[in-house]
Design a protein around this ligand. Sequence first.
Ligand code: HSE
Length: 333
Amino acid sequence: MNSNRSTGVAILGLGTIGSAVARLINQRGASIGELYGLDLKVTRILERGPERAARADLPRDLVTTSLDEILSDDGVSVVVETLGGESPAADWIEASLKAGKHVVTANKEALSKNFDRLQRAAHQSGSALLFEASVGGGIPLLVSYRQILAANQITSLRGIVNGTTNYILSQMTTAGATFDDALAQAQELGYAEPDPTADVEGFDAVYKLSILASIMAGTHIHPDSIERTGITGVTPDDIASASAGGEVIKLLGQATLIGGAVKASVGPERVSADNLLAHVRDNYNAVELVGDSVGPVVLSGQGAGPDPTASAILSDIVEALTSGASSNVPWKV
Ligand code: HSE
């Protein structure tokens, strides 16, 4: 007899990431049962129609078009939000928390624009809002951030937080590709969206930096307050000129705490070829944090792609059900 606690998961949006999460829950079900005593199952899916459920080998009758139906279902403990975009995702995250569901999300845009409001909703509801997958894909970044924050003031951070642009710049640097050819390859590999604006113009990196900078400052750093330059203006001549000087071009997000205020920016920067960040290639991300006691710490791994993202989401689902924490990181409300 299975004595594990039966736990329903609802997925809002069964696109690439949502499907990867469902697949991973199926694959890891037995070991999660053994390690944590949880019998995790996808029990509801919010989608326009049942076709995507069938394609992901999930029963078609799990699909509903009604969020209210999910929120009033006592069998659902965790809502996984993989819709993307700010609206309606931010409101649906808040409604799920208010309905007493834990929420796990990879949605950096909804979070970065509504960070304080959503953290507050989690604290007030007693449910968890966990978002490890929103920054750095599969890198256990926020869990490390939390550990460092317990003993340090983080004074600065910088890093590569967008896999698509890092892939494009890597191809331009190592294979001599043009921007357009490298972008087409990134789209073929599923890193870049059919409309790549959010990645190549730096918006995605700004959303992620906003989340990291907000945690660093302990106050909401809105994405609109972050300086932004994308990579569409980077030419093969720029790459060659950097290379001649022993440097490579990377899209860097940077934030520094100066007298209690944060200065943050995203843009293409020259990095010495000897620097660790210069060796972070393709869809990999890396973030260097500097703590006042620990000094610099570098965290790296795959920052884009369905499987690394699903890895972080599933870890957060287990965390929500086992830890009792209301957030991945400390936040004063
Ligand atoms: N478009 C994002 C990237 C996906 O390329 O990094 C992961 O957030």
